[in-house]
Design a protein around this ligand. Structure first.
Ligand code: ADP
Ligand code: MG
Length: 511
């Protein structure tokens, strides 16, 4: 038996039910003092729920918690802080108009007049230095990048005396370099005797940063393993419950004529600020052009400008040689452009319509679906049944409201509808975000098949592994500009990361 007093965290028999789902089912989870322990699992596996219970944000229906060997009752975030537990959430909770130092002391039980802000700033600077957390204590939150805001959340937790730090999917918003920097910080924290729980669904980073790994699947613990004694393949199998193929079989591409040509494009974001600056690129038939970048650098605006959903302030867009700049979405679609939006439920599908109805949203004006202004019911259901089968959409039936389908099946439904319209160009934004490994594989395979059938694809993604394995070339967007376009076979993660952070690639005398 292991000496249980060496556990910083011990959770036993934790069960948490939400309406219709058991998010945590009798979970046993133990983290040793001074280790980095990864909590790995697919979307919906129950990771966040388990850690919110530890942080006092949820109460478990059943189960016991021990902190540092002592039975603990964590009924509120306040209790968690008193026990030395700090959690950094996926969405930060900082006050935009306050300074770094003000945010860090916010909510502390210290009367304001006692506070010596200069002293606080000095202490923060010392902590920042100790843990390699580069920040300016006097800066205001709105001036900071997402990576900096995350460092402030960490400082805030440390300043409040957290010895156990829980980070929920911290690298989702970071460039590869920032992620590396974060890992250094985590390592220096455990070297000082802190304990870290690191939530992730990314196998590579879990393998590189964690001492031990607990895999959750469907609300249950699959296993706890030593990182040095496992492999990506093993972890993937535990996470998904079956063998996983990492490489989507990808053929050599055979690029044809240019399908999309963008020249000097400018566009504004929703706040009326410049979101795209002089963007030029091309996509060929039979080619996937990946677009990399930290979210919020113009990706969404680029996709919307192409498909006619956002006005273009300057520049030109041509599809198969024909100008489509500032045309309506309908006109752009009629030129053979399909759109797989990031937001499946808002703009991809009408959730209150049935599967069959959603599948004809694009072709309801054409025969055989519509003849002489009448919708043909048999043709509609035949069409729907065929697509549901061909694209392996799991649905009780074609009359089912789409609202009831899972994320992966919603995405397959959108792809079925878009690909069956035989588009010349597909603009695909974060197509696998939030999907489980199985659905991700299926979606990637469908996109590659579309490419091999001669379609051009603009693939916007925040997952570099996805871009490297899917794309033929990769363009990097930073603050609305293209920092560079590279062949994906020659692309290196470090080089892409530098461009994502705004550093132009080194001149190699090319072009
Ligand atoms: N506040 C909530 N209300 C209802 N259901 C929830 C809530 N939070 C999570 N769930 C559900 O619990 C399950 C586990 O979710 P979560 O812990 O967020 O998983 P993970 O963090 O591993 O992606 C999911 O099915 C999710 O939909
Ligand atoms: Mg989560």
């Amino acid at each position: 038996m292991e000496d249980t007093s060496s556990f910083a965290i011990r959770m036993e028999g934790i069960t948490k039910r939400f309406p219709g789902v058991v998010a945590n089912n009798s979970i046993d989870f133990a983290v040793r003092q001074g280790e980095i322990h990864a909590l790995l699992g697919e979307n919906g596996a129950g990771k966040t729920t388990l850690m919110k219970i530890l942080a006092g944000l949820y109460q478990p229906d059943e189960g016991q918690i021990w902190i540092d060997g002592r039975a603990a009752s964590v009924h509120s975030p306040r209790d968690a802080i008193d026990l030395g537990i700090g959690m950094i959430h996926q969405h930060f909770m900082l006050v935009e108009s306050h300074t770094v130092a003000e945010n860090i002391i916010l909510g502390l039980d210290v009367p304001r007049f006692v506070l010596n802000l200069e002293k606080v700033e000095r202490e923060i600077a010392k902590l920042a230095d100790q843990y390699h957390l580069l920040v300016d204590p006097g800066a205001r939150i709105w001036q900071l990048s997402v990576g900096e805001q995350q460092r402030i959340e960490i400082l805030k937790a440390l300043y409040r005396g957290a010895r156990i730090l829980v980070m929920d999917e911290p690298t989702a918003v970071l460039t590869p370099q920032e992620a590396k920097q974060l890992f250094n910080t985590l390592r220096s924290m455990v070297a000082e005797g802190h304990t870290v729980v690191f939530i992730s669904h990314k196998l590579g980073e879990v393998m590189s940063v964690a001492d031990r790994i607990t895999v959750l699947r469907r609300g249950e613990v699959e296993a706890t393993v030593q990182a040095s004694e496992t492999s990506r393949q093993d972890l993937a199998r535990m996470m998904v419950g079956r063998e996983v193929l990492f490489r989507v079989g990808k053929r050599e591409s055979e690029p044809g004529d240019v399908v999309l040509e963008i020249d000097g494009l400018g566009a504004l974001n929703d706040k009326g600020l410049e979101a795209l600056r002089d963007v030029s690129l091309t996509v060929r038939h039979g080619e996937i052009l990946g677009v990399a970048g930290v979210a919020g650098n113009g990706q969404r605006e680029l996709a919307e400008a192409i498909v006619g959903l956002r006005p273009v302030t300057r520049g030109q867009i041509r599809v198969d040689g024909e100008g489509v700049t500032n045309r309506t979405p309908r006109e752009v679609m009629d030129r053979g452009v399909a759109y797989i939006p990031a937001d499946r439920i808002g703009s991809g599908l009408v959730v209150n319509l049935s599967v069959a109805e959603n599948l004809i949203l694009k072709c309801y004006r054409d025969p055989p679906i519509c003849n002489w202004f009448f919708l043909d019911g048999d043709a509609i259901s035949g069409h729907a049944q065929e697509l549901v089968r061909a694209y392996d959409v799991m649905t009780p039936g074609i009359e089912t409201r789409t609202r009831l389908l899972s994320g992966g099946n919603l995405q397959k439904l959108i792809l079925a509808r878009e690909i069956s319209s035989k588009p010349a160009l597909m603009v695909s934004v974060y197509p696998t975000r939030g999907l489980d490994v199985g659905a991700t594989e299926a979606v990637r395979r469908l996109l590659l098949e579309q490419r091999d059938a001669g379609g051009g694809i603009l693939l916007i993604s925040e997952d570099l592994d996805e871009l490297l394995s899917m794309s033929d070339r990769i363009a990097v967007l930073y603050e609305g500009r293209i920092m560079g376009i590279v062949e994906s076979q020659e692309a290196r993660v470090e080089a892409l990361g530098l461009m994502m952070a705004g550093t132009a690639p080194e001149e190699d005398g090319g072009e």
